[in-house]
Write a protein that binds this ligand. Structure first.
Ligand code: AQP
Length: 341
């Protein structure tokens, strides 16, 4: 069967990149797949988080999933730390993945910065936990933004090495040869890498110190309008052809955002706005962004007014997630040679 897994970290400032690259697509995939969406709180603590703020953020990400149209009853919405099999499988995968593989991860290098000796061991091992998140459900498809591509490739390598290292034991336990399927990244559409509104060379990110660099899902209509009007652009009018966007990163970004929000492609957007001045295009983008994001924000606030309800959705999702994850983990224990209770 085809199963989707994906996650978002509860690290504050959910933004338009998280929405277009991930959360919007989570909702869209529900029609074709059985879907598991996770608030990855164990990933969040690879960098220190204020405990009260972390709890607030977990509810906020869950509310964003639901407000964007994810059905928490038909599908599974939960937070990672409620399902202990993620950590259990991650340990086994720590022993499968090679140091050399992790040493190549560019996100660790970026996030650890110059003071690498002082980064947490968790930040370094993060991609193994992410592989466990996906593989514990034996998920086949993972919708993510472009920045997660390398981690997905690592998850595929880990799955394959596990299947190879334990091939004889997998067979002896009467299990399918490809015990872990190769999870396929789904990185598609015009907004797989939404860029900062202040710098077309940097990705829009939760941790950018400039709030003007991103549109937060909790921004008011006025804040959205002000940020789009102030977004960096070049002085030329919009081009007619998509190829001409390549050398113009800021224009490319705004056209991509417009395309993703209107479920169109960039060529269609330029068909409408080619030759227009940015002032005109930005006004259209403000109207579109507010029309699409304001209802999501309003629904998030409505959900967050009743934290107990959000926590019930998470708890109920966790119970259903654990039923799947514990089955995989029992097989894994048999495969590696542990004795189970
Ligand atoms: N700019 C982006 N464009 C498209 N997709 C994006 N994603 C993140 N930024 C963009 C996608 O959102 C999902 C959840 O991301 P995450 O919270 O798990 O981790 P992240 O990539 O670390 O998010 P940030 O905002 O970039 O945080 P910081 O500032 O801490 O680095 C993922 O599918 C991701 O691809």
């Amino acid at each position: 069967s085809q199963r989707v897994f994906s996650g978002v970290q509860p690290t504050g400032n959910l933004h338009l990149g998280n929405y277009l690259g991930a959360i919007k697509r989570f909702a869209e995939m529900q029609s074709g797949y059985d879907c598991i969406y996770c608030v990855v709180d164990m990933h969040a603590i690879t960098v220190w988080q204020d405990p009260a703020e972390l709890r607030r953020s977990i509810r906020e990400v869950a509310a964003a999933f639901l407000a964007a149209g994810v059905d928490g009853e038909k599908n599974i919405v939960f937070n990672q730390s409620q399902v202990p099999q993620h950590a259990e499988l991650a340990w086994v995968l720590n022993c499968v993945a090679r140091l050399g593989w992790l040493n190549r991860m560019t996100q660790f290098k970026e996030k650890a910065g110059k003071d690498r000796e002082n980064a947490s061991v968790g930040l370094y091992a993060y991609p193994n936990l992410m592989a466990a998140d996906i593989l514990v459900y034996r998920a086949t498809h993972v919708p993510v933004g472009e920045d997660q591509k390398q981690h997905l490739e690592l998850a595929r390598d880990i799955a394959q090495k596990f299947n190879n290292d334990f091939a004889a034991s997998i067979a002896a336990n009467g299990l399918a040869e490809k015990f872990f399927p190769q999870p396929e990244p789904l990185i598609a559409g015009p907004a797989t890498r939404v860029m900062s509104l202040r710098d077309g060379a940097k990705k829009m990110s939760k941790s950018d110190p400039s709030d003007a660099s991103r549109i937060n899902l909790t921004d008011s209509a006025d804040q959205i309008a002000a940020k789009i009007r102030k977004a960096k652009t070049d002085p030329l009018p919009l081009p007619d052809a998509v190829e001409e966007l390549k050398a113009r990163p800021e224009a490319d970004n705004l056209v991509g955002i417009y395309a993703a929000l209107s479920d169109a492609d960039p060529a269609a957007v330029l068909g409408e706005f080619g030759g227009a001045q940015f002032s005109q295009f930005k006004q259209a983008l403000v109207d579109l962004a507010v029309a699409k994001l304001a209802p999501i924000n309003a629904e998030m606030q409505r959900l967050l007014a009743d934290p107990a309800h959000v926590e019930r959705v998470l708890g109920d999702g966790a119970a259903r997630a654990e039923a799947i994850a514990s089955e995989t983990m029992n097989h894994v224990k048999d495969i590696v040679g542990f004795i189970r209770r």
